[in-house]
Design a protein around this ligand. Structure first.
Ligand code: NAP
Length: 308
């Protein structure tokens, strides 16, 4: 049977690698399941200009490579494998990756969240070339451009309002005739001089070769299509925390995010911690995820010291 690990870290975005770095430097010899696609959401971002310490910006994948190298340098053991099952009902905790079984005194969950996408023609191909799901990350690149924001919730309102700082015009495209967003956010967007709304419409195709040049809109009431020239499309139809593995295992909120206790990284199960976007529906930034990864490693280390 395998040795009992001090700490297993599941996930390899900014939260997971930072937890790994801190746990390694605390001599906890962490085992990190990076997943088959390591690096998290920054792997599909181009320039990251808001991560402190990089005044000239850095490409998302390169930043994650640096995170990884730093964790590796201090001895974090990194496995590029997906965790397929966890059992937190017994101690030590069990983490399975296919047929392999691992045991651990503590677990840090940092599996992140995934932006929901429309799944339409052109979307994936033009991601990072005018298609984005993060105005805070990419808005800056659209100075004096015309943009579309897809969605009718608070995220869409927030993204649209944020984008008016740069764009010459922002058009919110919503599939129904009323917003889901809170009244105050909707009012702010509706009253903004740079924001227009197209109701009852779905972006059904995104056009462009090297960058976005326009979209096809489909009227959701009668199916009629029309073309619209735009420079960028921000998809703001919500995020999905990557918590399928933990359903029925630990406490999740009604949107599926892991619930933390007392401003810590503790979950409802002693010894199981969570960090990054998997437990954060509000800030969702690389820097906040990294910060919470650090906190989770410290929380896990403190618990291990108590258990000793
Ligand atoms: P949300 O409330 O679930 O809204 C998603 C929006 O996207 C809805 O308007 C939905 O349309 C639309 N949508 C979903 N799938 C679509 C598709 N395939 N095609 C076209 N449109 C689609 O998600 P959210 O806006 O990200 O907000 C998530 C949570 O965070 C909410 O509780 C929100 O209040 C909160 N939040 C708060 C703030 C704030 O207070 N500052 C900011 C951001 C988020 P329908 O309306 O037709 O379903």
């Amino acid at each position: 049977m395998s040795a009992i690990e001090n700490v297993i870290i599941i996930g390899s975005g900014p939260a997971g690698y930072t937890a790994a770095l801190y746990a390694a430097r605390a001599d906890l010899n962490p085992l990190v399941f990076e997943g088959s696609q390591s690096g998290g959401q920054l792997m599909i971002t181009t320039d990251v200009e808001n991560y402190p310490g990089f005044p000239d910006g850095i490409m998302g994948p390169e930043l994650m490579d640096q995170f990884r190298k730093q964790a590796d340098r201090f001895g974090a053991r990194l496995i590029t494998t997906d965790v397929t099952e966890v059992d937190f009902g017994q101690r030590p905790f069990i983490v399975r990756a296919g047929a392999d079984e691992y045991r651990a005194h503590t677990v840090i969950i940092s599996t992140g969240a995934t932006a929901k996408w429309l799944g339409i023609e052109g979307e994936e191909r033009l991601t990072g070339r005018g298609v984005s799901a993060c105005a805070t990350c990419d808005g800056f690149f659209f100075r004096d451009k015309e943009l579309i924001v897809v969605g009718g919730g608070d995220s869409a309102m927030e993204e649209a309002i944020f984008l008016t700082k740069f764009a010459s015009k922002v058009t919110i495209v919503h599939r129904r005739d009323e917003f889901r967003a809170s009244a105050i956010m909707a009012k702010r967007a509706l009253e903004h001089p740079k924001i227009e709304v197209i109701w009852n419409a779905q972006v059904s195709e995104i056009h462009g070769t090297d960058e976005v040049t326009g979209v096809t809109l489909t009227d959701t009431t009668n199916g009629q299509t029309s073309e619209m020239a735009v420079d960028g499309v921000f998809v703001a139809i919500g995020h999905k925390p990557n918590t399928e593995l933990f359903e029925g295992v630990i406490d999740l909120d009604d949107k599926g995010y892991i619930v933390l206790t007392d401003r810590s990284t503790r979950t409802n199960i002693e010894g199981v911690f969570a960090a990054g976007d998997v437990a954060d529906s509000i800030y969702r930034q690389a820097i906040t995820a990294a910060g919470s990864g650090c906190a989770a490693a410290i929380d896990a280390g403190n618990l291990l010291a108590e258990l000793e």
